[in-house]
Design a protein around this ligand. Structure first.
Ligand SMILES: Nc1nc2c(ncn2[C@@H]2O[C@H](COP(=O)(O)OP(=O)(O)OP(=O)(O)O)[C@@H](O)[C@H]2O)c(=O)[nH]1
Ligand SMILES: [Zn+2]
Length: 359
């Protein structure tokens, strides 16, 4: 086994210790790189593999005896290289986990990423800078066990960076705080100290604060095409989508839809409160279902033309609306995939049953 390859993926003594007893079973360790609900992509010493969770483990998850594997988790898997789909046998104890409360059910947590070392709490130094929201993100980060780092972006758009820095620093005196601009490059170098050393970094923050731009500035083209699915030469689906990225300089970044959803905790409230100006203006639009794009009689567009509303406000609003829609589609797709899997299982069980009866 290539220990060095595993180290680059964030492997360490605590995982080694937890995994060691399973070595005799012929199992191997790997880290979850993408989570499709039914199927996973693993990074292992053998390279990238596809894997599923067997019925036994699924049952244990349902009973609460095991956690459900999520992106960033270390797992022990049984290699099935010939078949093309390996089997996840156990989830190794997590060092940290980023979770949000499931909507509606306050007692139930939804883990969106595991084994994150550092969380960048990203906010933009614009009108949308919201101390209460940052406090919520901080609470989330503290709960996770990961180290929080506040990153204030878009210094190039801010007239008084020092004042903003001071007001935010007062909220979280013990948390490192950095101000950066992905446009001018100001302050970016200081972020490297958190990224190296095979550590895993996650970025949380509202839509539009500059998370993607920051990742791209820091890691260049390390990110892969998102959501691309294509058929390989045997007609199987090979997924190129990843949610855990190994950086060429060392270190890892997690960017999952769930992570983006953390930025949407405030979405409903956000669309109403944070964008109350737009909601109010929208009452004056000619059409009830106006999207404030190119519709005639749009009061929001009019307000922009009149200089009453900065166009960036509407851009941010649109980004949030698009993101909500994207996530709904994603949830639908996952539900469909699960349903398809269930149908297959039922068909198989039925066929087996028929065969047995025929005998
Ligand atoms: N002026 C300025 N604009 C920036 C900076 N960083 C990002 N932007 C712009 O802000 C907009 C949003 O940036 P994104 O990186 O897409 O924001 P995000 O947080 O990834 O947003 P989601 O993908 O919706 O979660 C883009 O138009 C960026 O070009 C910055 O430092 N300065
Ligand atoms: Zn409108």
């Amino acid at each position: 086994m290539d220990e060095h390859a595993l180290e680059k993926l964030g492997w360490g003594p605590s995982f080694q210790e937890a995994w060691a007893p399973r070595a005799s079973e012929g199992e191997e360790p790997a880290r979850i790189a993408a989570d499709y609900g039914v199927e996973y992509v693993l990074y292992s010493a053998r390279g990238d593999l596809r894997a599923t969770v067997p019925g036994r483990l699924r049952m244990a998850i349902r009973k609460g005896e095991s956690v459900r594997p999520v992106v960033g988790d270390w797992v022990s898997f049984e290699p099935r290289i010939q078949e093309g789909t390996s089997i996840i046998q156990a989830v190794l104890p997590r060092r940290t986990q980023l979770a949000r409360k499931a909507a509606g059910r306050t007692d139930e947590e939804q883990v969106v990423a595991a084994n994150v070392d550092v969380v960048f709490l990203v906010s933009a130094l614009t009108r949308d800078l919201n101390p209460r929201r940052l406090e919520r993100y901080l609470a989330l980060a503290w709960d996770s066990g990961a180290q929080p780092v506040v990153v204030l972006t878009k210094t190039d758009l801010c007239e008084d960076v020092e004042a903003a820095r001071e007001s935010i620093a007062a909220l979280a005196p013990d948390v490192p705080l950095h101000t950066v601009s992905s446009v001018t490059g100001e302050g970016l170098d200081a972020l490297w100290q958190y990224i190296g050393g095979n550590r895993t970094v996650a970025l949380i923050g509202s839509s539009g604060v500059g998370k993607s731009t920051l990742i791209n500035r820091l890691v260049g083209t390390a990110r892969m095409v998102v959501g691309e699915v294509r058929e390989d030469d045997k007609g199987r689906h090979t997924t190129t989508h990843r949610e855990l990225f190994v950086l060429p300089q060392g270190g890892l970044v997690i960017d999952t839809p769930g992570m983006r959803e953390l930025g949407l905790m405030e979405s409903e409230e956000g669309l109403r409160t944070a964008f109350v100006d737009i909601e109010e203006l929208a009452a004056g639009c000619r059409f009830n279902d106006c999207r404030h794009e190119k519709e005639p009689g749009c009061a929001v567009q009019q307000a922009i033309r009149d200089g009453q509303l900065p166009s960036e406000r509407l851009e941010n609003y649109h980004k949030l609306v698009v993101e909500v829609a994207r996530q709904e589609r994603q949830r639908d797709a996952q539900a469909q995939a699960r349903a398809k899997q269930d149908t297959k299982k039922t068909t198989r069980a039925f066929n087996d049953f028929q065969k047995k009866r025929g005998r």
